[in-house]
Design a protein around this ligand. Sequence first.
Ligand code: SF4
Ligand code: SF4
Length: 83
Amino acid sequence: MAYVIVDTCTKDQLCIDACPVDCIHPKEGAPDFETVPQLYIDPVTCIDCGACVPVCPTNSIFVLEDLPEDQAHFAEINAKYFA
Ligand code: SF4
Ligand code: SF4
């Protein structure tokens, strides 16, 4: 299943602090942090705990089945980052 971040993400990293399994990347300081348009969730590592959702000020994190239809492609975009 996994949670998915969409492109309204502002890279403020609040979700990173909330995630118990460290599956949201890249972090500030990573070589590509400045160039990526948003952060991504590793679908393999995510344990579906939902802890990241309420801390996101832009409501950019969705559980897969709640992803709006016009943003469905972000599931693949998140996974691709970790491929
Ligand atoms: S909390 Fe929301 S806006 Fe902030 S980095 Fe995470 S997904 Fe992006
Ligand atoms: S649902 Fe839980 S494990 Fe998955 S990214 Fe959010 S905080 Fe991390």
